[in-house]
Design a protein around this ligand. Structure first.
Ligand code: ADP
Ligand code: MG
Length: 314
């Protein structure tokens, strides 16, 4: 199959909305920009064996490649609109491409985020997606807005994806159902766009958790010049994670990667209204303190913030 046919068959999608004048097929895409909005854009690359285990289903790879990017827009309080796809393939495998594009398309359709172009090359499997979306002028949710006294919240549950990865690597024994649950969280993360829509009205700062709660929290703390106290007994855990030993729970929930939950701060004055809106979709896990960059637990012990680091070989 020729590259042009490949693009035509798997990555040229129908029923594009009117704000896309030109999508796949010309030298570049041509798009209408809404008035009064700011463009928010982000790019993430997934490399086989680094960002997903080599035997991951192609549909899950397609899903995850877009999901991690949508998660970044959710963390900014932005609504996704379009994305481009740079795909490097070792060979043309039509079955793989069919399943990959189905996984990608199904998540894209769910969020009305449209593929407008890309690039296709040959080499070791790698997928880069750049996503574009919009936020009202001056309304982007930044890492730098946390203030002393703000409450720290997280969506969903923590550590399931890390447990799923350890299970795949043969380091953690789980029952069949539990393994399936954790691997689903690892391979098919849900970008928290619906939650972001609501959170953005109330939050002072936000980040998505990709490299572990502590490491990602430390980014908010540094950007905002504040510290944090966490009550570790309030970490939201799935029934599967709750069954593990305390040490493992802490490891996965605090430092495990790939959660793609939102971690954000809410000023106390907004908290009552916020909780009315969100009910039990979020958990309060601590609050912001004055001690810049420092994270302590409820007993005052300092927590180390090292999570996943691509350049750390040890
Ligand atoms: P050029 O050589 O001008 O960069 P390409 O052959 O790379 O052209 O791309 C032709 C068209 O196909 C462009 O509109 C490009 O955006 C699109 N395209 C290429 N690869 C992909 C892909 N993997 N997914 C979506 N669109 C793609
Ligand atoms: Mg090109």
């Amino acid at each position: 199959m020729h590259e042009f046919n490949l693009i035509q068959q798997y990555f040229t999608w129908d029923n594009l909305p009117d704000d896309i004048s030109i999508a796949v097929g010309d030298d570049a895409a041509v798009l209408d920009l809404p008035k009064g909005q700011q463009l928010v854009t982000s790019i993430d690359t997934l490399i086989s064996g680094v960002h997903f285990p080599e035997n991951t289903l192609p549909s899950a790879i397609g899903h995850k490649a877009l999901a991690v990017n949508l998660s970044d827009l959710a963390a900014m309080g932005a609504v996704p609109k379009w994305f481009t796809l740079a795909l490097t393939l070792p060979a043309i495998d039509t079955e793989w491409l069919e399943e990959f594009s189905e996984g990608l398309k199904s998540l894209a359709q769910q969020h009305q985020c449209f593929l407008i172009g890309g690039d296709t090359t040959r080499g070791p499997l790698s997928i880069s997606i750049q996503v574009m979306g919009f936020v009202g002028q001056g309304r982007a949710l930044l890492r730098s807005g946390a203030k002393v006294g703000d409450k720290i919240y997280v969506s969903g549950t923590l550590g399931d994806a890390a447990a799923g990865l350890q299970n795949i690597l043969g380091e953690l024994a789980l029952s069949r159902d539990d393994a399936e649950f954790c691997q689903q969280k690892l391979n098919m993360p849900t970008p928290r766009l619906d939650e972001s829509e609501k959170i953005k009205t109330f939050a002072s700062a936000c980040i998505d958790i990709s490299d572990g709660l502590l490491q990602d929290l430390s980014h908010i703390l540094k950007a905002s010049n504040v510290g944090a106290i966490l009550d570790l007994s309030t970490l939201p855990l799935s029934p599967v994670l709750s069954k593990l030993g305390n040490k493992q729970i802490r490891q996965f929930a605090l430092s495990g990667g790939d959660d793609y939950e939102l971690l954000f701060t809410v000023p106390e004055s907004n908290e009552a209204l916020f909780l009315e809106e969100m009910r039990n979709k979020v958990s309060c896990i601590g609050h912001i303190t004055i001690e810049c960059g420092k994270i302590i637990d409820e007993s005052g012990k300092e927590l180390s913030t090292t999570g996943y680091n691509h350049f750390n070989d040890s």
